[in-house]
Design a protein around this ligand. Sequence first.
Ligand code: FE2
Ligand code: FE2
Length: 185
Amino acid sequence: MKTVSFTKMSDGTAEDYKFLADHEAEYAKELPNRIMDALAGLKNSLAGYKVDRLEHSLQTATRAERDGADIDWIVSALVHDIGDDLAPFNHDSLASNILKPYVRDECSWTVQHHGIFQYKYFADKVGLDAEARQKFADHEHFDAAVRFCECWDQTSFDPEYETFDLEHFRPMVEQVFTREAWATT
Ligand SMILES: [Fe+2]
Ligand SMILES: [Fe+2]
């Protein structure tokens, strides 16, 4: 396999960096497959709920789709907890940063803050502030985040709910994660 000429970046040539840019562009095309693999991995993630994290993610996205939400919302719902394994204390930010180059701000902002918006449903039972979301009350995407959590996220822990399977969402994942990065900003 061809590689660059340098062992420290400061020695790289224009040819080296052209080679790397081309290589990275090709690698980025495979992002949808890596997203799908990471979602499949949620099957063996955080336990304790009545559904595993993959099922929760599928259920959240299925509810979004059945509510008539657009592709940005459906894919955002699908990946909103993809950071559970690697970022247990800021999983919302990790997922949001994956989405940001590809979906509109309304969706990535909601995913970024869904953790604190979810406090509404349990924080009073663990000694935290259920109304912590109110610090964002004047934000333009506040209502969108409320709806995301109320209608799709907090309610998607039901083993009896009929979800679409992961492959159902592959075309949407492919469409979103092959968009031109940052074209929506
Ligand atoms: Fe979450
Ligand atoms: Fe969730």
